[in-house]
Design a protein around this ligand. Structure first.
Ligand code: UDX
Length: 432
């Protein structure tokens, strides 16, 4: 099929490349000239394992094309995906829909024959209705149909999540359009993906409520970890014991330093705004948002406590600063709370990040990027494991730090307390 993806970000580029890899002809459109030029030079602007080679394979097979020319892309496609960002507005908890509406207005200028317009961006309930009204101002309703098709891609696993989705959610009541969308997704459905169809608003809410529930699950185990620390229980046992219940499930029960990323924080806030707009108080999600924000400060205080509340001039090494492993994304990462707070208190901080130096820390005093674990950890007082990269899972701490009084704060419970204490290491972790 001939499709067009507008917005070449984390979701757009993965979606476009994976559809091209299924044999479709895909135009990718972005208004960022540098990004389009970079992609046409065979380089990709984001870190996503496996994406580089997949983009180049499909680019050279001429199934994947990058352009700023929306007119050309719309005219050459039957299905047009809107994949632009919907970041949280600065002053409120609502998502910023300006890019979605701008693109919808732009598309309507170039529609001359029937097109399916698919909204893949995460948008509040009724946004599909608003896009339809916007486009109807410019062209006859018979010439288009707006469908909601939310994505469930995790950064770091996005290609896998596209290829083997638990479900494909399509929000439309138009039978003809549904048939076309089903044939586009047919290769995935044939491999076992469940197809779930509902109306447009239903699909919009499924996306937000899925993320809000996952964030709730993560926050739940993080709060239980606090209880376990105060009651001499191992939270890993609790998580395993809970997860064996099919109704609960083991996934998204891993403790951590607080959830981050471009989605959970934004989507939990957005669904509570939607609730308020429809006069429904989503109190559980509101408490999850508060609990997660508090957690970042709680763990920063825990770091100070491990250093006997004497932070000034103490040397700390952070291993990983992004919001989770296998991504370069710093959005809402808990390190953005921890490192500035500790730096302000006079700590001397090294950080090693597998995806490279981060601008977010460039203006902070005494915060230095190191390009390997050993340099970051040499002679430090405290090593903090902030993300769960594989390369952090078998470190010989004694060898790399050369400090007999070294402390380790493992925020992802990668190590066994028993084994660490047996080595005489002063080891702290979460919920144990
Ligand atoms: C999420 C959703 O999983 C995905 O379906 C949606 O499309 C986009 O948002 P992503 O934000 O990439 O994906 O990351 P995810 O793997 O869900 O993790 C989100 C946050 O929760 C991270 O900070 C992660 O460290 C944390 N997390 C996740 C935990 O602390 N414990 C877990 O068990 C799982």
């Amino acid at each position: 099929m001939k499709i067009c993806i507008i917005g070449i970000g984390y979701v757009g580029l993965v979606t476009a490349t994976c559809f091209a890899d299924l044999g479709n002809s895909v135009w990718c459109v972005d208004n960022d000239q540098d990004k389009v030029d970079l992609l046409n030079r065979g380089q990709i602007p984001i870190y996503e394992p496996g994406l580089d080679e997949l983009v180049n394979k499909n680019y050279f097979a001429k199934r994947l094309k990058f352009t700023m020319n929306l007119n050309l892309a719309v005219k050459s496609s039957d299905i047009i995906f809107i994949c632009v960002g919907t970041p949280s507005l600065k002053k409120s908890r609502s998502p910023d829909l300006q890019f979605v509406f701008e693109v919808a207005t732009e598309i309507s200028k170039y529609i001359k024959k029937f097109k399916i317009i698919v909204n893949k961006s995460t948008v509040p309930v009724t946004t599909g209705d608003k896009i339809e009204q916007l486009i109807s101002k410019k062209i006859k309703k018979e010439l288009f149909e707006v469908v909601s098709n939310p994505e469930f891609l995790r950064e770091g696993d996005a290609i896998r999540d596209f290829r083997f989705p638990d479900r494909i959610v399509l929000g439309t009541n138009n039978k003809k359009v549904l048939k076309k969308m089903v044939s586009l997704y047919d290769p995935l459905i044939k491999k076992g993906a469940k197809l779930f169809t509902t109306n447009r608003r239903g699909a919009e809410l499924i996306k937000y409520s899925s993320n809000a529930f996952l964030a709730t699950k993560v926050s739940f185990i993080n709060e239980l970890a606090n209880l376990c620390e105060n009651s001499d229980i191992d939270v890993e046992d609790v998580a395993l014991g809970m997860g064996l219940d099919q109704r609960i499930g083991a996934r998204f029960l891993r403790v951590g330093p607080a959830y981050g990323g471009s989605c959970f924080p934004k989507d939990t806030k957005a669904i509570t705004v939607m609730g308020d707009q429809f006069r429904t108080n989503l109190s559980i999600v509101k408490s999850v948002i508060k609990s997660n924000e508090k957690r970042k400060k709680l763990l920063t205080k825990k770091i100070e406590k491990i250093l006997s509340n004497k932070v000034k001039n103490k040397k700390i090494a952070f291993l990983g600063v992004t919001f989770k492993a296998n991504t370069d994304d710093m959005r809402e990462s808990s390190s953005l709370t921890m490192i500035p707070t500790l730096s302000k208190k006079g700590a001397i901080i090294n950080y090693y990040e597998p995806t490279g130096e981060k601008n977010e820390f460039s203006r902070l005093n005494n915060v230095t990027f190191c390009d390997n674990i050993s340099t970051a950890c040499l002679k430090v007082d405290l090593i903090i494991i902030h993300t769960e990269w594989n390369e952090f899972k078998a470190i010989d701490f004694k060898k790399i730090s050369k400090n007999k009084k070294l402390k380790i704060y493992d925020m992802r419970n990668l190590y066994s307390p028993h084994k660490m204490n047996k080595q005489g290491l002063s080891y702290y972790s979460i919920g144990r």
